[in-house]
Design a protein. Structure first.
Length: 225
């Protein structure tokens, strides 16, 4: 696993060079945003300890396997110490409800862990505010750190090579578009996230982008074209 200190509040944890989770620093410890693939739990717990705290909350951007992969193992190790938060619609999908017509793309592994909280837009998770960003999945959500306008955008954007919207095929990382449920909603969400005017963009796949406004504008222009 690769650890990158991005800001005072944010550490990026990367598996296999292209799958990210994030430790967000709070007064009581850390919120872990996403869990990448299976086999990451011990590394995440150690990374939090090394950074001076424990994982208190696990907040998920969406329910795909490359984001919830280590959730059960983390829950097993951290038990009642940790609160698990998942966007409402993706939590309902994991509970076996049919929330959309047709087949959902992307991997939806069976989870033992039931979220303690089903997140709604506007909810707060420590310093993070939940922002609706449906499209990649029905419940897909982003998080904005209200302290410094860092946008944790999940898979609405990827930044491998350049900033791209996950609504269309991009040769450097085709998996994102293949797993996207509603390409129109995904592009709408990209515009909504741009309107938040983030200082820093971090995503599920690719590196951090500082002052990302112009790069997001280019991504939206090419995604809409
Ligand atoms: Zn992903």
């Amino acid at each position: 696993m690769h650890t990158t200190t991005v800001t005072d509040h944010l550490i990026q944890l990367t598996r296999l060079r292209f799958v990210n989770a994030f430790l967000v620093r709070e007064d009581d410890g850390f919120t872990l945003v996403d869990t990448t693939i299976s086999g990451s739990a011990d590394d995440f717990i150690r990374a939090a300890q090394d950074a001076g705290g424990a994982i208190k909350r696990i907040a998920l951007t969406h329910g795909h396997g490359d984001h919830v992969g280590s959730l059960d193992a983390l829950k097993e190790r951290l038990g009642g110490e940790v609160q698990v938060l998942m966007p409402e619609l993706d939590a309902r999908i994991h509970a076996g409800e049919k929330v959309t017509e047709g087949k959902l793309p992307g991997g939806w592994p069976t989870l033992k862990t039931t979220p303690d909280v089903r997140l709604q837009p506007g909810d707060r998770v420590g310093s993070l505010e939940v922002v609706a960003a449906p499209g990649h999945t029905p419940g897909h959500s982003a998080f904005v750190d209200t302290r410094d306008r860092t946008l944790i955008a999940g898979d609405t954007f990827t930044t491998i090579g350049s900033v791209q919207v996950s609504n269309h095929f991009y040769w450097r990382f085709p998996l994102a578009a293949m797993a996207t449920w509603d390409k129109g909603k995904d592009l709408e969400s990209a515009r909504a996230l741009r309107a938040l005017d983030p200082e820093l963009l971090v995503v599920g796949h690719g590196g951090p982008v500082r002052q990302p406004g112009a790069a997001i504008d280019r991504a939206i222009a090419s995604a809409a074209g």
